[in-house]
Design a protein around this ligand. Structure first.
Ligand code: PLP
Length: 425
């Protein structure tokens, strides 16, 4: 990859990032949809992968593919080295401390299930959650950071409490202070709400929960690719993210946790590769992270995920964040000027998306009309149905931005929404 991709002398934006040049690294973007150039604005659902990520996976497949840990032959050793190197790259990428360890998963959903189920699966002797304990989950969450906690509460007799947002969709530290008690055993929150773009004050909230003795869980799916402090600087016991939302492959992701916290988790997947010894009636599990990675992992995916982390580092998170913030500000200004349109979290900092509702127009109609113009957005509840019900405005249209999006695409979005409103009203 050319370092000119973020060379300010080539940049079209004040952010030091040149999306025109970067786009050449994303072949999928160079196509027509319904006779128009594709404007891909569905990045909160899935980002596209650049050539260096595709190449890293192809290289592994063509030259090094073998199962890891089990072979003495050269290819197996190379594959094991590649897997270990990917883990080291990703730990550095998220700024893990020396006490933190990274477990490869299929994504955020699996990582959060690993935590929520792992805290009770071991049986009453091991369980972190007992009847009468409390789990606090923010009301901004994707279903992936809610349903596993509903299940954990049901299975253990713990009580699920929701840190509800206000009418503007914001959650407040004072409300968490009022909810937290010596019964709180878990606190889970997102670093950025996928449905609204809201960025909660999660740093202070994690610290508060930690001080109360709870295990703290951060869903970083919508933050890890462009903005997030180093994990070592957060009071975070567990952090989950997905590869496909950070220019990496689908079906990849990670759970990063304090080693002591990971050791509390009973493994979701029992079987090969997660054991030290096995007899017919019992087994001794390996140390973390291996004990949580039963079965053959997606080694090609891990290699691709590490390449995505390298790609982001090469461009620079600050550049990506500034570029996205500029596009979002443009979208917010343009959309807010349209009559009858209400935007969620217009002032959210570091948000990578705009989510809005329009009086008397269903988002699916807006999404369909935008698709006619080659503009890909997402419509619906974005897997955050309770939040939408709480805010009382129904499903939304969501446009979300990545490092390769351009001001021209945002202009097309605004024109397209204006056109949809004319047609539908
Ligand atoms: N959490 C958040 C905030 C998300 O936006 C998403 C996906 O949209 C998830 C969790 C689930 O991620 P995955 O489907 O990659 O497991």
């Amino acid at each position: 990859m050319s370092s000119a991709a973020n060379n300010p002398s080539n940049s079209t934006a004040a952010t030091g990032l040149n999306p025109g040049l970067l786009r050449s690294l994303f072949p999928v973007l160079h196509q027509q949809v319904k006779g128009q150039p594709l404007a891909y604005l569905d990045n909160a659902a899935t980002t596209q992968t650049p050539l260096p990520v595709q190449q890293a996976m192809l290289d592994f497949e063509q030259h090094h593919r073998a199962n890891i840990h089990r072979g003495v032959h050269l290819l197996s050793q190379r594959a094991t080295d590649a897997f270990d190197a990917a883990r080291a790259t990703l730990k550095a990428f998220v700024g893990a401390s020396s006490q933190q360890e990274l477990v490869f998963t299929t994504g955020t959903t699996e990582a959060l299930n690993m935590v929520a189920q792992g805290l009770w699966l071991g049986g009453s002797g091991h369980a972190w959650l007992r009847p009468g304990d409390e789990i606090i989950v923010s009301g901004l969450e994707h279903h992936a950071n809610l349903i596993p906690w509903q299940h954990a509460a049901r299975m253990t007799g713990a009580k699920l409490r929701i840190l509800l947002p206000d009418a503007q969709g914001q959650v407040h530290l004072a409300d968490l202070q009022a909810l937290i008690s010596d019964k709180t055993r878990v606190f889970a929150i997102t670093a950025a709400a996928n449905a609204t773009g809201e960025r909660p004050p999660y740093e202070a909230m994690l610290t508060l929960a930690k001080q109360a003795g709870a295990l703290t869980v951060l869903d970083a799916a919508q933050a890890v690719g462009h903005t997030m402090p180093a994990l070592a600087d957060l009071d975070c016991d567990f952090c989950a993210f997905s590869g496909h939302k950070m220019y990496g492959p689908m079906g990849t992701g990670a759970l990063v946790g304090q080693r002591a916290a990971l050791e509390r988790l009973y493994p979701l997947r029992l079987g090969g590769d997660m054991v030290e010894w096995v007899e017919y009636d019992s087994a001794g599990y390996a140390a973390v992270p291996t004990r949580l990675e039963g079965g053959t992992p997606n080694v090609t995916g891990a290699v691709g995920l590490a390449a995505a982390a390298d790609f982001i580092e090469h461009i620079g998170r600050a550049h990506i964040d500034a570029h996205i913030a500029q596009l979002r500000a443009q979208a917010v200004a343009g959309l807010q000027a349209l009559e009858g349109l209400t935007l969620y979290a217009p002032h959210a900092s570091h948000a990578a998306l705009v989510s809005f509702v329009v009086d008397d127009v269903h988002p699916h109609d807006i999404g369909t009309l935008l698709d006619e113009r080659g503009i890909a957005v997402r419509t619906g509840h974005h897997c955050a149905e309770p939040l939408h019900n709480h805010l009382g405005k129904g499903p939304t249209t969501r446009a979300s931005f990545a490092l390769y999006n351009t001001e021209d695409e945002v202009r097309r979005l605004i024109d397209g929404v204006a056109h949809a409103l004319q047609v539908m009203r």
